[in-house]
Design a binder for this molecule. Sequence first.
Ligand SMILES: [Zn+2]
Length: 189
Amino acid sequence: MICGRTPEELIRDIKAFHGYVAPGLLIGAFMVDSVQLRLGKGVEADAIVETKHCLPDAVQLFSPCTVGNGWLKILDLDKFALTFHDRHSHSGIRVWLDIEKAKAFPDIYNWFMRLVSKKDLPTDVLVKAIFSAGTDILSHAEVKVIQFAAREKKGAIKVCSICHEAYAASQGETCLACQGNGYYQRIPA
Ligand SMILES: [Zn+2]
């Protein structure tokens, strides 16, 4: 069982959540599972993920931590690693895809290092390799989180005098969009 699921259930849930069976998300399931096992039950853990790709979905799918509830933080370091830490003591476990260990599984190594095209390494072959590797491609270390550990508090709210929408007061006198820094343009009716 991985994350309380049979391999078939795991594949089904990944498809339903992510749209397709991303190899990175499948490896992520083994990562989340192995860290939660090491942390033990009863630890209120927050998560930090070190890449925007695939891994955040593994945490959201297989642990209670989501972006929306604020228990998951995503760092844009493009490292295939994540940490679960006790939300009070900030002690935790970091897990990463160990590239030395991955060399024992050439399909996984070649996929991860982008040495092979999708055509030459079909997903079902890669998925089989990931299941047979399991946690053998992972390394773990105990860590103390010294940055990004605290949960973010919401700040003061203001109503923008131009668009009359509520916004974070820290943005200034009017909302960022009305300051000309919006991500959209209004299309005239
Ligand atoms: Zn505004």
